[in-house]
Design a protein around this ligand. Structure first.
Ligand SMILES: [Zn+2]
Length: 210
């Protein structure tokens, strides 16, 4: 980052009689423990000074743990076992809809053609085996930009992240983190259609995910 925006923010806390002026220099550096316990006046991470030294004050709220994956911002939603978190991530991904949807085409007696309702009706009336074919994608928990992703806990997190160290629950499948996107990806503009009728389906979410 060359033209990093600089702003000054006040950090409030009961042991601060007056606001301490922090110079926040917004960078790509992930905000974390170092920032939350910082004492120097300059903040150089993704919070832009908002969380700087926040845990040094008695009433300072622990900030959400954020990370950036492939350019997308995620918030830590849970610490746990991979098996459990993978199931949770799958459900979040499913409810976020399809990752992509291509226009449907018509298949009549095994031949693919550009689709119109009239054509479908006519071919069906002629006794042809007619159905609507459509390519689509569902979000995977390992996929770039997915609404929810699961990552194994790294040794650094295991010895440095309070929420990871504090976790006492089951870790079936291995210790893992559930990350959920701050801004959900847009749903495809094209709707999924019913294989038989060619009409948009009521439920525009996949039945399952991977
Ligand atoms: Zn920060």
């Amino acid at each position: 980052m060359t033209n990093a925006p600089v702003r000054s923010v006040g950090v409030r806390g009961s042991n601060h009689k007056e606001n301490m002026n922090i110079i926040g220099i917004l960078t790509e550096q992930t905000c974390g423990e170092a920032c939350w316990h910082a004492h120097e006046k300059e903040c150089r991470c993704s919070c832009g000074g908002r969380n700087h030294g926040i845990l040094n004050t008695p009433d300072g709220q622990r900030p959400d743990r954020m990370c950036r994956m492939n350019g997308h911002v995620y918030k830590l939603a849970a610490v746990g076992g991979h098996d459990d978190l993978h199931a949770k991530a799958c459900e979040i991904n499913r409810q976020a809809g399809y990752s992509y949807m291509e226009p449907a085409s018509l298949v009549a007696d095994g031949q693919q053609m550009e689709a119109t309702m009239e054509l479908a009706a006519r071919l069906r009336a002629e006794g042809k085996d007619v159905w609507w074919s459509q390519y689509y994608g569902v979000w995977k928990t390992t996929e770039e930009g997915a609404p929810a992703r699961v990552r194994y806990v790294t040794p650094a997190q295991l010895s440095g992240w309070t929420e990871v160290m504090a976790y006492q629950g089951p870790t079936d499948g291995g210790s893992a983190l559930l990350w959920v996107r701050e801004v959900m990806p847009d749903r495809p503009a094209i709707l999924r259609v019913d294989k038989q009728t060619g009409l948009p389906m009521d439920d525009q979410n996949p039945t399952r995910c991977w």
